[in-house]
Design a protein around this ligand. Sequence first.
Ligand code: NAG
Ligand code: NAG
Ligand code: NAG
Length: 187
Amino acid sequence: MFPLRSVLMFVLTLCLVCRFLEGQKSLNVLLFRKIVTDHHRKFISLYEVAISRDHTTVNFTLNLVRNITADIWLRATIGQRVSKNGESYRDVFTYNVNLCQVMGRGKGKGNSLINFWLNSILRHSNMPQICPLKEGNYYMRNIRSEKETIPRFIRSGSFRIDSNAYVRDWHGANLTVTIAYVDIKMK
Ligand SMILES: *[C@@H]1O[C@H](CO)[C@@H](O)[C@H](O)[C@H]1NC(C)=O
Ligand SMILES: *[C@@H]1O[C@H](CO)[C@@H](O)[C@H](O)[C@H]1NC(C)=O
Ligand SMILES: *[C@@H]1O[C@H](CO)[C@@H](O)[C@H](O)[C@H]1NC(C)=O
């Protein structure tokens, strides 16, 4: 009835989720090497990212020119660089969340790491934590990694974090596309 393979996949997924939620206490350093962005011209007039000179913090600026009246989703894929000098990455984690739902659950309530990330980012932002998101000029400042926010299964190395904020109800239109290249060093 339940093929061994699906049982194994299920257990594996469960393990990954547990380890993910458990967090990691031994991050040494996370450096932002490069961030590439793009945005939907119809909804956003400016989407900009600035990395600090020491590569430890990032500021985001977003000028939204229309109200986003449907739920905003975030899809992110973390890939680890396979070879030292190459540019090929092996996906290690993907998640896809309805940001409006996550924010709607309120500050600090849910115990998932995603909530933790979002809340710590939103604390450094003037973004309202409610949907629908209104037109306006938004920022997130001095975003940096916090020790406890790195999933345990992440190993030292170079990573690519690919993320899209999109509107599922509007044929999956991407509002923003952000590709961050980071170096992570674990103790
Ligand atoms: C980010 O914004 C803060 C506050 O305005 C500023 O002090 C800091 O220099 C900015 N960092 C970058 C990398 O632009
Ligand atoms: C956006 O929403 C606000 C408040 O709900 C409203 O006053 C404003 O007219 C809306 N803007 C547009 C372009 O629809
Ligand atoms: C949104 O971006 C992703 C990845 O960059 C892409 O795969 C997808 O096709 C885009 N969606 C639309 C509707 O263009």
